[in-house]
Unconditional design. Structure first.
Length: 479
């Protein structure tokens, strides 16, 4: 532990200039956030002309009907236009908020409310909560017209929207209520641990964040998701039997198997799993069940269980710990830095003893780290795409992965075509979701957590060929 703290202290000495140098932090933040926004615009402009192509990529020609392909191109074009306008609009709003001192104003308003409630400025945690609430509310208002447009015009036009205005409003109210119910205790505990641990806060806060992440794994399916969707046990029948058999063969600790009414809001479809290591839940969208055959849904689940088999969620959690560690390790230099807060229009007396939450917001949430976060995002997408390939490969090779007993042999032979079934399911998913088929490589590297359909189909085919070769070679050895 001492070694860790010595290293962290050395890092802080290197960053000591932050506390004294009169750097124009506001200009720095404006330049970088605009840099990121303009780069994203450039990516959209690279991607946009691809929506005018008249034919699908050669690998997909046989799978898309011409009218389905044209529909997906029109949907992609509309979405790209929307992203272009909404992205620049959001950046203008954020930029104006930074320029005109929103952060300092929100802290002042938080202080005024604290005072009205009869508490003094020594109640920093209360004022911090109010500060965040004000920021979130004020930041939310300008996005409302765009959210409405996206749901009721864009998605509606292409036949995906199933949300009613009542449900739309209820969702917003619930989200805010939930955000407050979870966010306020979280923030209060975070700030308390921070104060309590003093200079040695890094390991303590990491332990706190990790236990929060783990408790969300339990709370999300049991408390949070049922507020928005209805999860009902998947009906008895072919699909249920297939998935249960698959879970048993892989020794996947399946506790509950749910169907979710995703169609309540949208016709986009999906499937996923979650839970603690010894008790997992699988959730399948009703839309997926409706659109695909049971053996294809089974293949989608085989892919999902590939993520579990290769410990992808655990690996992602470990990576997020490194990410959190980096942020926390860099943070103290910015905590005791009056010039930083001064350049964001905070009055002298606040800047002299910067409140933790304010320094943290300025430092992390959208500001100083924005260039670093953009790079982290690209790296995470790269890792995520690698995981997707691994899971696809797993589904392809499922037959060999499951334990082969004498009497299971016949059933496992039935798994031989899992790769083909997955291909068919992916094509159906893409066609029904009108997913983009032509993708610019740089746009994809930055935005996509999944490989494109063409890439996945090609890889699935390659896995199949490899498998055929392997089993051919294996056969010879036996002879
Ligand atoms: Zn996946």
């Amino acid at each position: 532990m001492d070694l860790l703290h010595n290293q962290l202290a050395a890092l802080q000495r290197r960053l000591a200039f932050v506390a004294v140098d009169p750097i124009n932090w506001k200009l720095y933040v404006q330049s970088f956030t605009w840099g990121v926004a303009l780069f994203e615009t450039y990516l959209l402009l690279r991607q946009y002309p691809l929506y005018s192509k008249k034919e699908p990529p050669p690998a997909l020609v046989g799978h898309f009907k011409q009218d389905e392909f044209e529909k997906s191109q029109r949907y992609g074009k509309d979405k790209a236009r929307f992203s272009l306008v909404s992205g620049l609009y959001k950046q203008c709003v954020d930029s104006a908020m930074i320029q005109f001192g929103l952060y300092a104003w929100a802290w002042k308003v938080g202080g005024q409310i604290t005072g009205k409630l009869g508490y003094g400025p020594e109640y920093e945690i209360l004022q911090s909560n109010l500060f965040v609430a004000v920021l979130i509310l004020v930041g939310y208002i300008p996005t409302i017209p765009f959210n409405i447009y996206q749901t009721f015009v864009l998605e509606e036009k292409h036949g995906f929207n199933k949300t009613t205005p009542q449900l739309f409003v209820a969702d917003i109210v619930k989200s805010f209520g939930l955000g407050f119910a979870i966010g306020a205790p979280f923030l209060s505990a975070f700030l308390w641990v921070f104060k309590w641990a003093g200079d040695r806060f890094v390991p303590w806060l990491m332990a706190f964040m990790l236990s929060f992440q783990l408790s969300m794994v339990i709370l999300y399916p049991t408390v949070i998701q049922p507020l928005f969707n209805k999860l009902s046990p998947l009906a008895e029948g072919e699909l249920r039997t297939r998935i249960e058999a698959l879970a048993t063969k892989l020794k996947f600790p399946l506790k509950h198997l749910y169907e979710i009414d995703g169609s309540k809001r949208s016709s986009h479809s999906n499937a996923y799993f979650f839970g603690l290591p010894w008790s997992k839940h699988i959730v399948i969208f009703d839309t997926l069940i409706k659109e695909s055959k049971p053996e294809e849904v089974e293949a989608v689940l085989a892919h999902e269980l590939g993520h579990w088999y290769h410990l992808h969620p655990t690996k992602l959690l470990a990576i997020s710990q490194i990410h959190i560690f980096t942020i926390l390790a860099l943070f103290p230099a910015f905590l005791h830095a009056p010039p930083l807060l001064r350049s964001f229009d905070f009055p002298k007396e606040v800047a002299a003893r910067p409140p933790t939450i304010v320094a943290f917001f300025v430092f992390q949430v959208q500001m100083l780290l924005s260039p670093l976060e953009a790079l982290v995002n690209i790296a995470m997408n790269f890792i995520s795409r690698k995981f997707e390939w691994e899971a696809d490969r797993f589904a392809c090779e499922l037959q060999e992965k499951v334990a082969v007993g004498e009497k299971e042999e016949k059933e496992n032979a039935e798994m031989a075509d899992m790769g083909e079934r997955l291909s068919r399911a992916l094509i159906t998913l893409h066609v029904k979701n009108l997913s983009t088929v032509w993708v610019d490589w740089l746009y994809s590297a930055y935005h996509h957590s999944h490989p494109t359909l063409t890439e996945r189909l090609k890889a699935l085919e390659a896995f199949q060929v490899q498998k055929a070769k392997k089993s051919g070679a294996g056969g010879k050895k036996e002879l």
